[in-house]
Ligand binder design. Sequence first.
Ligand code: GAL
Length: 674
Amino acid sequence: MSIGVCYFPEHWPEERLEADIEQMAAAGLEYVRMGEFAWSKFEPEPGEYDFEWLDRAVSLVGDHGMQAVLCTPTAAPPKWLVDEYPDVRQEEPDGTVRDYGGRRHYCFNSPVYRRESRRIVEKLANHFADHPAVAGWQTDNEYGCHGTLHCYCDDCASAFRDWLRATYDDVDDLNDCWGTGFWSQDLNSFAQVDPPRHTVADHHPSRLLDYDRFTNDSVVAYNRLQVEALREANDEWFVTHNFMSHDGLNAYDVAEDLDFASWDSYPTGHVQAHHESVSADEFRAGNPDNLGIDHDIYRSMTDAPHWVMEQQPGDINWPPYSPQPADGAMRLWAHCAVAHGADVVAYFRWRRCLMGQEQYHSGLLRQDGEPDAGYHDAVEAAADLDRLAAATDDDKADAATGDVALIHDYDNLWALDKEPNTPEFDYWQHLETYYAALRRRSVTVDVVSPTTPLADYEAVVAPTLYLADDERAETLESYVDGGGELLLTMRSGVKDSYNKLHDAPQPGPLRSLVGATVDQHESVPESLANTVEYAGRQFDSHVWNEWLVSDDDTDVLGRYDDGPADGTAAVVRSERGTGSTTYVGTWPKPAFADALVGDLLDRTGVETTDPLPDHVRFTRRGDLTWVANFGGEALTVDAPADATWELGGETVGAYDVSVTDAAPSALSIREESR
Ligand code: GAL
């Protein structure tokens, strides 16, 4: 549990280096990340290398008892490289070239860029192979940032054709699987397939989904070549990548080649990007579940604890609005990261930069080198974590194992992204509805890929299993047969794995689990939003309704209470083996989600709390519970008389945190002056 920082020594006069590093050590920082985007400094002319400036920085970091995390510089190829090999640049669907001048403008499938990347990574890795102060590496930077996962250039066209040749038996197989008879799209050979470039009407959904899968595999292969070069130089280093929040890249796949996953956390930016309305508290400190779901995805990816490789240090340059974060928010975020299982939280960046594209981005230090608000928070967080480390017997098993799994499936995300069928449908938001309901009850949630073994989870929530085949159905059936409690939601079992409708009514292969079929579905604008009577109470739902027809032995738990579907089943529950499946055919608003998730959890042995207010979260890691207050008023927690407060106490100030050894289920909120 430690604090670090991202540092760009190349942005500052050499004379400043020692003072900066001394100050980092004095602040209690333990990791310094460097080298990112510095290719033009490492190799100013083709084949002429200069690593001396980084040698000095790494050695000083080591001399001051800290460790360096180095980055491969490939997210920003230098001008000479782009001039010499202009084809390494990405192309947009309409052929527009993504030119030099920003970053991330390279194509993952360019054979030249792969060769050049391998070359610079090898050089760097060999140079630092024996340096004791280098703890590990970050590959590249945020694959896909600025919407750059997909490229439509000629190198991608030929790589896509090879990918299809390896995926399908022959072109007739592809025609069958995609269903190319529609709009005269039959193909005579793989050579006829192009990337889905600009067209006037929608592209074929099967082709689009395969293009996403191909794109993902391209990133995995590109990342792997870097990982291999790093490990060949020194196989004791860790290798990670800093993923983005709520990304479209299947990070589970990329993480298979990494020692652990890292991600970049900017809570007041992300809440604006992901939520339609943002409260005053959220502008100041973000939303705990919007933040938590990313921690719980990246935590669930590998056996080793995840990192936050970039933590927001104060105001930032890229969201629509950047109010100053609340006093203490930067410390609160570090605590949340650790509570959700992270081992290191590195603030981005050390000092506000005097030049370039991010001058409106704060650092721990102001532009004049004096401490800014984030610095004080980072110093405090570092001291807190030392204190907690001494108080706990933490290990990864405790930190990383939730009682409930929430299935996150990138294939579903990609497919639904192409056909949301209503402006309000958003896969991440749908997931977050259930995640938030679980977290309001203080449950530890693993956000897992669909291939994760489920048997050890007391309950599994699988929102919108849109693409479902027999194999997926059988996995879930055996989970339920063995006593699992499964919650499936609207838009499940709609399509096959090629993104084609099943020829059976929805939920297709999931029919025997659900014990009902979907008679009609409809998207519902807010003006048609509806009520459902569930367990004797009326609740609101929105966005999407499915009118269910249940089998005789299936319980109808909820029925639409108005509109054309009045009286029709909306929520059903079907038992099999020693478990059961609940199917929710609409998108519940929060109170309804609380009731559904509460009933699910009541059928398990999972310990819970009553639903907490949106700005308060209890999070268990190992033998400690963090009480995080994302609100602007103090609150008081009732704890058992023998509870020990390792940090803070029962009164938790605005945007503050307390840590106790009492379990979440033993805590409650006594009073709040809001
Ligand atoms: C991240 C990126 C950093 C920096 C930061 C600004 O997405 O990895 O390099 O641009 O955003 O908030």
